[in-house]
Ligand binder design. Structure first.
Ligand code: NAP
Ligand code: ZN
Length: 362
């Protein structure tokens, strides 16, 4: 059956897709729509590899639509614009993150928080309003409405800016919203991975005190010396955890797998907040008293709105914040996913799409 929008999908595109929950990626030819009046066609230059890509490839959230082309940390160059595009010009370097549309009318949309619009459309594995399934940035080009793209300042290196589009905004937004960004605030960042390491850099730029809580003792040197954290706790070391009880104003938890949260709640000061970002499938073990005694709260946070994403990118450019990356070729992506699953990445893979994708098309 032809979906509503498929007749407009007339421009050939090429990327890598998984066909099933093995998550194995391989070359995939598909089509994208014509550039609409308020849209841009964007040549993908770089795309970051987020742990969410891995969750989706393996259908760990039970919502994957195959074939699935992941990628929502996209940096690209505008190659075509619709006649009503006003913010961007051909040749501009732009970023596209996790959403490419939203209803534009609800309270969240009106307040520049499209990320909380219940009808927002995901960059990949989302169904567009025209009925077609979206494909992400592990591909040669994308088409995006100008409202859902941001400008990449000239001073940011393009490859290491890519992870800011998801990892960066996902850390920046809750630090600001939950009042943790600034001198006098002590933030705990749990999990020193793609999100975590960028979070340390933002927190330091805000002037907050930062302690990394990690399951990997060997990351201590990187946390303290490369990313500038003020402290480092090994989450399995009971003595270290005990000594840090009641010291943090807020904790941002980026762990991608099931893990105990009661010890983390213990690290909070009275009225402290534990903000969950890691999208683990299994429910947590929680005792009411751990929150009641100390008026503590647990919250969640999902990426950020487009306006705030632009603000975050500008802030990153101003403060020289970028991701610590390992640039990889498209051919390497399955190995990269295996390594990401094992926690073997320091600290974000970024695919050099422009230079390595086309050669994989035979
Ligand atoms: P990542 O690079 O794989 O980092 C996750 C880190 O969690 C690892 O480096 C590791 O840090 C820690 N970890 C992993 N398994 C663990 C375990 N079993 N026990 C304890 N710690 C463990 O992943 P990411 O790209 O940063 O994404 C992290 C999570 O956030 C994913 O679930 C992703 O889907 C989600 N996410 C959420 C949002 C949002 O807006 N809410 C946005 C993007 C991603 P240590 O070695 O330091 O312990
Ligand atoms: Zn992501």
């Amino acid at each position: 059956m032809q979906r509503l929008g498929e007749k407009y999908q007339s421009v050939e595109a090429f990327g890598w897709a998984a066909r099933d929950s093995s998550g194995h990626l391989s070359p995939f030819v598909f089509s994208r729509r014509e550039t609409g009046e308020e849209e841009m066609r964007v040549k993908v230059l770089y795309c970051g590899v987020c742990h969410s890509d891995l969750h989706c490839l393996k259908n760990e959230w039970h919502s994957s639509i195959y074939p699935l082309v992941p990628g929502h940390e996209i940096v690209g160059e505008v190659t075509e614009i619709g006649r009503r595009v006003s913010k961007f010009s051909i040749g501009d370097k732009i970023g596209v993150g996790c959403i490419v549309d939203s209803c534009r009318a609800c309270e969240s949309c009106r307040e520049d928080q499209e990320n909380y619009c219940t009808k927002s459309v995901a960059t990949y594995n989302g169904v567009h309003y025209d009925g077609t399934v979206n494909y992400g940035g592990y591909s040669d080009h994308i088409v995006v409405d100008e409202r859902y793209a941001v400008k990449i300042p000239h001073t940011l290196p393009l490859a290491s800016a890519a992870p800011l589009l998801c990892a960066g905004i996902s850390m920046y937004s809750p630090m600001k919203y939950f009042g943790l960004a600034g001198p006098g605030k002590h933030i705990g960042i749990v999990g020193l991975g793609g999100l975590g390491h960028i979070g340390v850099r933002f927190a330091k730029a805000f002037g907050s005190k930062v302690t990394v809580v990690s399951s990997t003792a060997g990351k201590s040197k990187d946390a303290l010396e490369i990313f500038g954290a003020d402290g480092f706790l090994v989450s399995t070391d009971e003595d270290q955890m005990q000594a840090a009880m009641g010291t943090m104003d807020g904790i941002i938890d980026t762990v991608s797998a099931s893990h105990p949260i009661l010890p983390l709640i213990g690290l909070l000061k009275p009225s402290g907040k534990l903000v969950l970002l890691g999208a683990t499938e299994k429910p947590f073990d929680l005792h009411a008293f751990s929150l009641i005694l100390g008026r503590k709260s647990i919250a969640g946070s999902a990426i950020g709105g487009i306006k705030e994403t632009q603000e975050m990118i500008n802030f990153a450019a101003e403060h020289g914040i970028k991701a610590e990356i390992e640039t990889i070729s498209m051919e390497y992506v399955n190995t990269a996913m295996d390594r990401l699953a094992k926690g073997d990445v320091r600290y974000r893979f970024v695919i050099d799409i422009a230079n390595t994708l086309a050669v994989t098309r035979s």
